[in-house]
Design a protein. Sequence first.
Length: 364
Amino acid sequence: MKMKDIDFETYLKNYPTKDGYFGKYGGCYVSKELQTAFDEINKAYQTICHSAQFISELRRIRTQFQGRPTPVYHCERLSKHIGGAQIYLKREDLNHTGAHKLNHCMGEGLLAKYLGKKKLIAETGAGQHGVALATAAAYFGLECEIHMGEVDIKKQSSNVDKMKILGAKVICVTSGNKTLKEANKKSLELKQDSKDIKNKIDKLKASKLNKDNYILSKDDKDSFINFIKQVNNTNDEYDKIQTLSNTLINANEELKNKDKQINILTESNKALNLRVDTLNNTIKEKDNEISFLKSKINDLKNTLDYFKEKFEKLISLLYNKLHSWYDKEDKYIGVVNDMYEDNILDDDDIKDIKLSKEKDDFER
């Protein structure tokens, strides 16, 4: 198959070239500082990619750790809704960490391990690449450093948390005029430029000019002197800016420390409030138990009073019957004997009954 002078049957055999070009496209555009590192990586990859051990290890990682190959899903309802085209989705979201970025990160981690490297470093925007590289570093036992913009860190806090859980160090990147650090740096640069100008003018003033070659008018000289004064004033202003910047930086750090203390106190206060709520609930439960016990005690007291009254009536009845002098048949003698045998009455009680009966008989 050919299209616009491209033979697809031989295309992949001829491209990319050794320099990484696909015709007029492609190539590698890096700074001189990074070129050496890229050459080292390229050389290592060209060696390791032919290793059966490397290929086997990478395939094992793909299938057992990443969850590859990911399925191709036929979107039947969407295809029917559109009409005509059949739509399929390659489910790269089913990769471990939820994105395709782990594909190259695991390969890079394996290559770094082959090179004997100790740390993986990358930058990330939304955080998916950072999470993937942190995952690879954790898998291979490597250190990991992720550089991320300050704004992105706030927006993607969940991914930042994942990176930290995986052991990565997240570096907050601040740039532009929105940070104290950048303002402080700019102030120092301007101050140094001002000093350089002043030094040059001071040298010009101190030089011995030949009268015949003297080309500066009095007005020019006055202008130079005024400029020097302005430069000195500018230096003073920069010193003030520097002092103010340092004060703001210190104040910012102090505020951060205060925020941490406030957070600690807030958490402590929450814990205390929770403890107080627990104690209040316990007190309420104990109050309910006490009320219940008081009710039971009152019921028991009423019951005891009831039986006490009945018992006193019973005792009075028995006493009257047992001491009755007018009962000729002594029909309660059997009752007295039974109570004596059951240890309800003792010898003293029997003696008292007999004496009482003899007394009654005598009086009668």
